[in-house]
Design a protein around this ligand. Structure first.
Ligand code: NAD
Ligand code: AKB
Length: 319
């Protein structure tokens, strides 16, 4: 692949993944697009375009203009916003994805990567060490679109021989861009509030455990799958992916090692019900076997790094 199109480049993952892809393919070969304003750090380094994923004609024009042969589709409405606006989530996540798959088919794009999520699972899924092949009956609109997206990806592989790849990200924790309205957002907010105020009110309970991943691992996993040898892959659009799992209390305890005066309290809201339908831990052996996945960060290593970067970032803003 030579020219890569990123859709949804201005979000939590896109902000960092676009820059990683540019390191790999060259600044001029990664075209960054989003519905919202693209951060200058991205638009000043390489080509960028305004794109609504629902505008199939514009998508096709961009694919032709830049001779795109690989697409990374990050445009989505996440779980919490999706429960507030279910039809918007359906429209962007499903009709947007169909546009990507159809343009890729028509224009003979070599490869598409479109992430799924632990939101594909539901209350009937085994909660511990959730298997690769398992019950997929999510209770959120976001989760429904993720299951349908996985099935669509596999359908385009089987019917048209296309190369569509996807992975079920856990909650992603990072310090560059803020998360975009998901249930796992507490796992980012907690670090900012620990530094700014020394305390945090969590919107899920102390014993809520979810699978999580630090951004450097997320970037490595995504690029590893995107560049993996196709012949090695038995799965396509639905790889389980894991790094670590912990409760909110365990996060707070990890932060207290570095900020001893940190305090936390709990006021669960509607996001608790969403979190309660997602697994504790994930079996990602297919990803490990088929494309060599292995995470590097655990909770304490991530906490140290998050606190360091957020402190620096807030000091720069204040200066
Ligand atoms: P985000 O909400 O931070 O970013 C999504 C981006 O999509 C935003 O910049 C937004 O402006 C853009 N977008 C929304 N509607 C659009 C449209 N109509 N046209 C073009 N762009 C549009 O999300 P993210 O966290 O970066 O997630 C990226 C992908 O990873 C999504 O598919 C998401 O479901 C998946 N994922 C994320 C996490 C996580 O914790 N961040 C976990 C699991 C899966
Ligand atoms: C969300 O909470 O909606 C996302 C996800 C796990 O898909 N972070």
């Amino acid at each position: 692949m030579k020219n890569i199109l990123v859709i949804g480049c201005a979000g939590q993952i896109g902000t960092e993944l676009t820059m990683e892809l540019r390191k790999l393919y060259g600044d001029e070969h990664v075209i960054a697009t989003d519905l919202k304003n693209i951060p200058p750090v991205i638009s000043e380094r390489g080509p960028s375009e305004h794109l609504d994923i629902l505008d199939k004609e514009k998508l096709k024009q961009i694919v032709n203009k830049y001779s795109i042969d690989g697409i990374v589709n990050l445009a989505a409405i996440l779980s919490a916003v999706g429960e507030e606006h279910p039809m918007l989530a359906w429209n962007v996540n499903m009709n947007g994805l169909i546009n990507v798959l159809e343009v890729a088919r028509e224009q003979k794009v070599k490869r598409v990567l479109t992430p799924s999520s632990i939101a594909a699972f539901g209350p009937e899924t085994p909660i511990d060490n959730t298997p690769q092949e398992t019950v997929l009956r999510p209770k959120t609109m976001y989760g429904i679109t993720k299951v349908a997206g996985e099935l669509l990806g596999d359908y385009y592989v089987a019917k048209y021989g296309m190369d569509i790849r996807g992975l079920r990200y856990p909650g992603i924790i990072s310090h560059e861009a803020m998360p975009g309205g998901g249930t796992t957002d507490y796992a980012v907010e907690i670090y900012y509030e620990a530094i700014k105020k020394g305390k945090y009110t969590s919107f899920v309970s102390a014993d809520t455990m979810l699978p999580m991943m630090y951004m450097p691992d997320c970037l490595r996993a995504t690029i590893q799958l995107f560049t993996a040898d196709k012949a090695q892959l038995k799965h396509h659009a639905d790889f389980n992916l894991a790094a670590m799992s912990f409760t909110v209390k365990e996060m707070a305890d990890s932060i207290k090692k570095y900020i001893p005066e940190f305090e936390i309290d709990y006021k669960p809201d509607f996001r608790q019900a969403i979190a309660d339908t997602w697994p504790n831990t994930i079996d990602d052996s297919a990803a490990r076997e088929e494309w060599g996945w292995k995470p590097e960060y655990n909770l304490d290593k991530m906490t140290q790094d998050m606190l360091l970067h957020i402190k620096k970032k807030l000091e720069t803003v204040e200066a």
